[in-house]
Design a protein around this ligand. Structure first.
Ligand SMILES: C[S@@+](CC[C@H](N)C(=O)[O-])C[C@H]1O[C@@H](n2cnc3c(N)ncnc32)[C@H](O)[C@@H]1O
Length: 229
């Protein structure tokens, strides 16, 4: 059985993704949180995983002209819109569970409203760890459910709907990133109306300790309903 969403689903979605009300209500608050969290950090190589139509990557390129920004997504449709937006970003097609980048090649990796779609969340966290340099940071923002049973219920419903995703709890996010080798330094709730009152996005800030080495994990729990968390 297929464990993750299909690329065509996102290719289709990309056509109306940039509508201002959609962006205002859903994506800009989390983008603001990432931009604020990066402020003061000396990150010159930044990767945006699941970059979609490239709104955040392009904003980072505008605000940090000295930095090299890379946006990565597995949907060709999303990347077409991204490429039309700006050539100040390097757009790369790739899967979050097997990133097409060398070890330790970024100072910061960011991801907004995408991690819940990755079908193997532990592998995705491992990949973020692998590509970020020691001392670098992963900033990952998405809805965190208040309890595991809520996460399980929404996951089951999304499977029935044919496009499975899993919103983790904050404890799940901490465990995923600590298993990968990160030190989680903060988990901050992001204010967003109206749905964010019930299901708030949370920014997890995870630092790859200086001097740490990448160790491919072998002892993760087996997939649960196609999702590892
Ligand atoms: C809801 S959009 C968020 C886009 C963007 N980060 C933003 O905040 O506007 C989720 C994105 O994740 C991408 N995505 C989903 N699964 C993926 C995977 N396994 N690897 C790479 N990208 C993926 C989708 O194509 C889509 O562009």
């Amino acid at each position: 059985m297929r464990t993750g969403p299909q690329q065509w689903f996102f290719d289709t979605w990309s056509a109306f993704y940039d509508l201002a009300p959609v962006q205002w209500a859903t994506y800009w608050p989390v983008h603001d949180a990432i931009v604020a969290a990066l402020r003061g950090r000396d990150a010159t190589r930044i990767l945006d995983v699941g970059c979609g139509t490239g709104q955040l990557s392009a904003r980072l390129a505008r605000e940090r002209p000295q930095a090299r920004i890379t946006g990565c997504d597995f949907s060709a449709g999303m990347l077409r819109h991204a490429a039309a937006r700006t050539d100040a970003v390097g757009w790369v097609r790739g899967d979050a569970c097997g990133l097409p980048f060398r070890d330790r090649s970024f100072d910061a990796v960011v991801s907004t409203e995408a991690f819940h779609w990755f079908p193997d969340q532990q592998r995705a966290a491992d990949e973020l760890f692998r590509v970020v340099a020691p001392g670098g940071v992963a900033l990952v923002a998405l809805v965190n459910t208040p309890a595991r049973f809520v996460a399980d219920g929404i996951h089951a419903a999304s499977r029935l709907a044919g496009e499975p995703f899993r919103w983790p709890t904050s404890a799940d996010m901490r465990a995923l990133f600590e298993n990968a080798g990160f030190a989680v330094s903060a988990q901050t709730r992001i204010f967003r109306l109206p749905g964010g009152l019930l299901l708030p996005p949370v920014l997890t800030c995870a630092v790859r300790p200086a001097g740490s080495r990448h160790q491919p994990a072998t002892d993760h729990p087996p997939p649960l309903g196609g999702y590892r968390h």
